[in-house]
Design a protein around this ligand. Structure first.
Ligand code: ADP
Ligand code: TRP
Length: 325
């Protein structure tokens, strides 16, 4: 045991990560892993709510493990594991289901969005927040670092912990959500929130050509070179804020005085993003050549995670009365 605060977060293996995922969530993981006892999960049961193809799910799962390692997470310091390696998560989800009401889960943004779009909603999608509550609560973390759109899910976990504690006695710690405000919502190339669902992403591990083409496709207004541009409202400029560091003041001045055109601004942004992502991409390529060690990192991580979760579940089973001890 250590006296460090504990952290848990997760990523759903449903496709290539984009720079919104990286800045909004994954980059924080690396910054926090030294100061926290950290658990990083691959939420493969959550992916199953939308992905029904075993080869694809397996491939995406390894991809997230590679992503975690490529961004710099260190399996010597952190527990990196798959949700499915710890069946106690799904077991606890059933118990949470039995103390949660339908109207409460109907308030979830993800459910409401799916309903609004007239999508067919599976029971798993409806219940998504309860499984996520178990992912979190079973490890008693102090903080859960995520992007803005996961805030409600962490609140659901806190509510569920309180409710359980009220009914069965003090069992779960209430975790704090941790959101980095300045990267809470990274815009996509069309100016909406960057998201896989909107097809407006810049992939984190894109090749140079793909990266260039995504950046060149960023939507701007029609102001030409020589015309003053408003950095406050430009999503291209917002991306500069995340990637262009020292150059930012000069860029802002040039936006305002009109001495920069969007084409040049995009060329600069492309180079700046490339300089940050290229080393991550290279590390990922190297790791890919050694998939055996990725498998053993997961095996190890799964065992460590399960050790925690199974102790907690022993306590929970006793508290609710499904264990006769
Ligand atoms: P997507 O919307 O592309 O499907 P996910 O829902 O899988 O992304 O999000 C994974 C993580 O990345 C979450 O913690 C989420 O809050 C964060 N995230 C996703 N998109 C953005 C964004 N545009 N800006 C900041 N954080 C984001
Ligand atoms: N729902 C999260 C997402 O879509 C992934 C996730 C699953 C998660 N379980 C978690 C995140 C537990 C933090 C903690 O991004």
């Amino acid at each position: 045991m250590t006296d460090k605060k504990r952290l848990l977060s997760g990523v759903k293996p449903t496709g290539r990560p984009h720079i919104g995922n990286y800045l909004g969530a994954m980059k924080q993981f690396v910054n926090l892993e030294d100061s926290h006892e950290s658990f990083f999960m691959i939420a493969n049961y959550h992916a199953l709510t939308t992905l029904h193809n075993s080869d694809e799910l397996k491939e995406n799962t390894i991809d997230v493990a590679l992503d975690y390692l490529a961004i710099g997470l260190d399996p010597e310091k952190s527990v990196i594991f798959m949700q499915s390696q710890v069946p106690e998560h799904t077991e606890l989800a059933w118990i949470f289901n039995c103390i949660t009401t339908m109207p409460y889960l109907m308030r979830a943004h993800a459910f409401k969005d799916a309903e609004a779009k007239n999508k067919e909603v599976s029971v798993g999608t409806f219940d998504y927040p309860m499984l996520m509550a178990t992912d979190i609560l079973i490890y008693d973390p102090d903080i859960v670092p995520v992007g803005q759109d996961q805030k409600q899910h962490v609140e659901f976990a806190r509510d569920t912990a309180s409710k359980f504690n009220r009914i069965f006695g003090e069992t779960f710690k209430l975790p704090e959500v941790q959101i980095q405000e300045e990267v809470a919502v990274v815009p996509g190339i069309d100016g909406q929130k960057m998201s896989k669902s909107y097809n407006n992403t810049i992939s984190l591990f894109a090749s140079d050509d793909e990266l260039r083409s995504s950046v060149m496709n960023i939507v701007t207004d029609s102001k030409g070179e020589g015309e003053s541009k408003d950095p406050e409202t430009s999503n291209l400029f917002t991306l500069h804020k995340h990637f262009s560091g020292d150059k930012l003041q000069d860029l802002e001045k040039r936006y305002r005085d009109g001495s920069i055109g969007y084409k040049e601004s995009k060329e600069i942004l492309y180079e700046d993003i490339k300089s940050i992502v290229a080393p991550l991409r290279e590390r990922r390529e190297n790791l890919k050549n050694d998939i055996g060690s990725v498998h053993s990192i997961l095996k190890n991580g799964g065992e460590k995670a399960r050790e925690y979760a199974s102790k907690k579940m022993d306590e929970v089973r006793k508290k609710v009365g499904v264990s006769l001890e």
